[in-house]
Design a binder for this molecule. Structure first.
Ligand code: NI
Length: 298
């Protein structure tokens, strides 16, 4: 009986030793595994690169690291009365500009105003959403609606020349000069602004008007996104979103006809472009951004 008791204790002690050794071994092994795995993860990330940098945010945020390279505040003063065509763009035709991949900006432009009812609605929407746009105005409308033109300027929008009479036909040099100068004089008379931005009616490049604008070192501004003029509000919005690119120029109209579809879609166009991270800028601001980035060696 005592012998049996003794041997039972010996077996118990042997087992205890084995269990203790096993526990010790397994904890050493698990520590070793943990150490090697963390070593692996540390080695997996290149130095000085945070995981955040691989995923630039689509929506503009206020955080320090994701601030746009150029903010509107940097270029705000450039668009007003004393605006001169920036050297790289003088006498050039553009439909968009090149910006760095981290800079997301697009310009809304409106043609054929000032126009009763529709221009003031467009201005109301832009004001409500704090957007500044560019209006390519028709000289022959200005004497009829000078207050709308003044309002465009007062609310910080950029103005461009869209000729006096919106002709698509061939213009002699003298006629082209008259079309441009009459309009420029009317814009300046009511707003004090001397514009250097020109948009040819219908986008026609070879009827004498663009040649004259270039001779005067103006910038001919076409577009990279054309509004659609039939269909639903949703189709108008989707058309802009699908064709929007950074550095792009969106063509819409505030004058020259029934613009109710554009006006209905405009708040959504603004909202959705901003949702995608776009800054909405004027043409002078867009050109300024492109030149600043060029100089910064982007
Ligand atoms: Ni037009």
């Amino acid at each position: 009986m005592p012998r049996k008791k003794l041997s039972a204790r010996a077996v118990y002690q042997q087992y205890l030793w084995l269990v203790m050794t096993g526990l010790l071994m397994s904890s050493i092994v698990s520590l070793a595994i943990q150490a090697s795995t963390s070593q692996f993860w540390v080695a997996g990330l290149p130095e000085n690169v945070s995981a955040e940098n691989n995923n630039p945010p689509l929506v503009e945020t206020k955080s320090e690291s994701h601030q746009p390279l150029i903010t509107l505040e940097d270029i705000e003063p450039k668009q007003h009365r004393a605006y001169q065509a920036l050297e790289p763009f003088q006498g050039q035709t553009i439909s968009k500009v090149t910006l760095s991949p981290y800079q997301k900006a697009i310009a809304l432009t409106f043609d054929d105003g000032p126009w009763p009812r529709t221009t003031s609605k467009v201005l109301d929407i832009l004001q409500q959403h704090h957007v500044q746009a560019t209006f390519f105005v028709l000289g022959s409308n200005i004497p009829h609606y000078p207050d709308l033109l003044k309002r465009m300027a007062q609310e910080g929008h950029a103005l461009g020349n869209h000729t006096w009479s919106h002709g698509y036909h061939y213009h002699s040099s003298a006629l082209a000069q008259r079309e441009l100068q009459r309009t420029a004089a009317a814009i300046e008379k009511h707003t004090g602004i001397k514009t250097v931005l020109f948009r040819p009616p219908g986008g026609f490049l070879n009827n004498g008007l663009v040649a004259e604008a270039h001779a005067q070192q103006q910038v001919t501004v076409l577009w990279s996104v054309d509004d659609i003029y039939h269909g639903t509000v949703d189709q108008v919005v989707q058309n802009v979103l699908q064709n929007a690119t950074s550095g792009g120029i969106v063509l819409m109209h505030d004058g020259g006809g029934d613009r109710s579809l554009t006006i209905k879609a405009l708040p959504q166009v603004i909202f959705q472009l901003r949702q995608q991270g776009y800054q909405l800028v004027t043409i002078p601001q867009l050109l300024e951004m492109a030149v600043m980035e060029e100089r910064a060696g982007k």
